[in-house]
Design a protein around this ligand. Structure first.
Ligand code: MG
Length: 392
């Protein structure tokens, strides 16, 4: 089955007044880079590459560097093709856009393989550990006005957190790191009092701190019973991660900015994280995600993938989640403790919620693993075209 054509699609949806902030930047839009690979027998596979970063360099890496090496090749040789493409870009592309491009291609090739064999990707891999995954609500981001007065944001945060609880979420992840530690502590105290102690609270700093300030924040998080502290320090600061992990009584999560098995091997050998969070559209796709899980399991580190992006990224992440064993095994798996969850961002995301013919919807605060062939989802091409800014 020969690869006949490869196209990229840069999708963009402005959010206008619904712009939100992490500690790093405002998000005035949703964007995704999709790749479409077609074979000579008419099978089409979809993939997605990248997360917050610009989509154009990922598209360029596919169009100008990787795609020419794939045309005419057997689409079912995905593992050989992964190694070949990685080797061809190793000298200049071990992280960043090239690996995001490779991630998109890998996901599309798995989609093709599943469609060829008429089964979902997780079945092709031989892993159906679960048919649905509990979702945690990622929300409680910042708005522009929060920068001027933290107190004015507390009522909104309280309402937002309560709404997640009322919607059935048992776990909520809030953003920290844009404001001072004292102001962020006020925000978290407001959220905790709104949701009570029976809801798990996670926080995500998007690498906002030095180790010293993260320890100060971590003490407040411990007193609020927070269940994980995500990306406390810079992804490069492996020593800072290890220091926090040895000092704080709170699990440290990280890895959404890491690339490939080698990036995660560094995280594990330096003792950086208690929970590994590869993003399949960043780390090298489903193939590399499985390798990362395998290395993580040798350190007894659970994998709970990061999820962002469009409905394609979500479907790929769910296929991957079906393949994650309980880590460590018990006869009674408990979400977060030894069973994975799916991250479900609650900001507006039309690329996730409108792009698929049958959107993946929350049911009883869980998402079902798609059971159709390949990724198990179909793109609504009219919606795709309406959000498509650049096609190549
Ligand atoms: Mg994060």
């Amino acid at each position: 089955m020969i690869i006949k054509s490869i196209n990229t699609f840069v999708l963009r949806v402005p959010l206008g007044a619904k712009t939100f902030y992490s500690s790093q930047c405002p998000f005035p839009e949703r964007k995704s880079l999709l790749v479409r690979i077609e074979t000579d027998n008419g099978i089409i596979g979809w993939g997605e590459g990248g997360q917050y970063g610009p989509a154009e360099p990922v598209a360029a890496a596919i169009t100008h560097v990787l795609a020419p090496q794939l045309i005419g090749r057997n689409a079912l040789d995905r593992l050989c093709l992964w190694e070949e493409l990685y080797a061809a870009t190793r000298d200049f592309g071990r992280q960043g856009s090239y690996i995001e491009a490779l991630s998109a291609i890998d996901i599309a090739l798995w989609d093709i393989a599943g469609k060829f064999h008429q089964c979902p990707i997780h079945q092709l891999i031989g892993a159906s550990f679960r048919d649905h995954v509990p979702a945690y609500a990622t929300g409680c981001y910042y708005r522009e006005e929060d920068l001027r007065d933290v107190h004015s944001s507390l009522a909104r945060l309280t309402e937002e957190a309560k709404a997640y609880k009322e919607a059935g979420f048992r776990t909520i992840k809030a953003k920290i790191g844009l404001l001072s530690i004292e102001e962020d502590t006020l925000r978290l105290q407001a959220i905790r009092s709104a949701i009570g102690n029976d809801i798990d609270l996670l926080v995500d700093a998007n690498h906002a701190y030095t180790a010293a300030s993260a320890i100060r924040m971590g003490r407040a998080l411990e007193s609020l019973g927070v269940k994980w502290f995500e990306e406390p320090v810079l992804p490069e600061d492996k020593e800072g991660y290890a220091r926090l992990r040895s000092i704080l009584d709170i699990p440290i999560a990280g890895g959404e900015c890491e690339y490939t098995r080698w990036g995660f091997k560094d995280l594990f050998t330096h003792g950086c994280v208690d929970i590994a969070q590869p993003d399949l559209c960043v780390c090298g796709g489903i193939s590399e995600g499985l390798r990362i899980q395998s290395i993580a399991s040798s350190y007894n580190i659970p994998v709970i993938p990061h999820a962002w992006g469009s409905g394609i990224a979500l479907a790929a992440t769910l296929q991957f989640l079906a393949c994650l064993p309980i880590q460590p095994h018990t006869a009674n798996p408990i979400a977060l403790q030894n069973a994975p969850m799916i991250e479900y961002d609650r900001n507006p995301n039309p690329l996730r919620d409108d792009l698929l013919r049958e959107p993946i919807r929350l049911q009883d605060s869980c998402l079902a693993i798609p059971q159709g062939a390949g990724l198990g989802v179909e793109i609504d091409e009219a919606v795709l075209n309406s959000y498509c800014e650049v096609k190549a």
